[in-house]
Ligand binder design. Structure first.
Ligand SMILES: [Cu+2]
Length: 283
């Protein structure tokens, strides 16, 4: 009797492992090829493309795990369902050292591998997140980066271009194929600057210069949202930004200087941070 049960268990185990390997071998490339590239944020910047690649790798790694869990559920429902009304529990299973070792080694390697993979990506590009005033992950060509300041306030974003006389405009236009250093800050409440297709999301806090590196690609447009509930009209803080070629960018900057230049003398001098000044505002 005991031999017959052990044989049946081995047959179940072998059948299950074969089914899992076959299904994983079919599902993983399909997920990697068709689902992975469709995951946001898109290809608006080098960082966004790398985020898509990271998502592609992660969904590929989790596919065999998902197949394992779902197949186990289906297999158990089909093979081990009770054919009588009586509910009988199986014998307890304890102490299989081989399964325990395999489980610990595989899960540890998976988690550490993904952690190393993610850290490498972060070190390479900064990954599109805010890094505070002194960025820890600086691209090798950071000396040539174009500075653009993102100023959040209730309830809109404005943008200052320190290399173009500190002109401030309500539009975000960036030159194509260029490394940009965004300085994200706020004048009042806590906001979050989210440039969706660029793969950029950074806290905008008053008194803080939150640096984000992003490398633009071909001309395109991208959605901008505030991603931190910041008051009554938080939902109104959205806009569309543009990545344009170099000639269009320089003519656009000249137009902004012509439109908004006269206002500059009423603005504070360009600074990496600004603090609310209620007294001056009131007086
Ligand atoms: Cu906001």
């Amino acid at each position: 009797m005991a031999t017959r049960t052990a044989t049946a268990d081995t047959a179940h185990g072998r059948r299950f492992v074969i089914a899992w390997l076959v299904l994983s071998a079919i599902a993983t490339p399909l997920v990697a090829i068709f689902l992975g590239p469709a995951i946001p944020p898109g290809n608006g910047s080098v960082q966004a493309t790398e985020q898509v690649f990271d998502n592609q790798v992660m969904v590929s790694v989790v596919t065999p795990v998902c197949v394992l869990v779902l197949l186990f559920l289906v297999y158990a429902l089909v093979s081990f369902r009770s054919r009588t009304q009586e509910i009988v529990d199986g014998p307890p299973l304890r102490g299989d050292a081989r399964i325990q070792v395999v489980w610990i080694v595989v899960t540890t390697l998976t988690v550490l591998g993904l952690a190393g993979f993610g850290t490498y990506g972060l070190l390479q590009t900064g990954a599109g997140g805010g890094q505070g005033p002194s960025a820890a992950f600086v691209p090798s060509d950071h000396a040539s980066a174009v500075d653009v300041q993102v100023i959040a306030q209730q309830w809109e974003f404005t943008y200052r271009y320190p290399t173009y006389g500190g002109v401030e405009t309500p539009h975000l236009v960036l030159p194509a194929n260029t490394l940009i250093r965004l300085h994200v800050t706020s004048l009042d409440a806590i906001h979050s600057f989210w440039a969706y297709q660029l793969g950029v999301k950074a806290d905008a806090n008053p008194g803080t210069d939150n640096v984000v590196y992003v490398t633009t690609k071909a001309p395109s447009s991208f959605d901008i949202h505030c991603a931190e509930l910041c008051g009554l009209w938080h939902g109104y803080m959205f806009d569309t930004g543009q990545v344009v070629d170099a000639a269009q960018f320089s003519s656009w900057v000249k137009r902004q200087q012509a439109y908004f230049g006269p206002v500059l003398r009423y603005l504070p001098a360009y600074s990496t941070t600004y603090l609310p000044d209620p007294q001056r505002r009131a007086g």
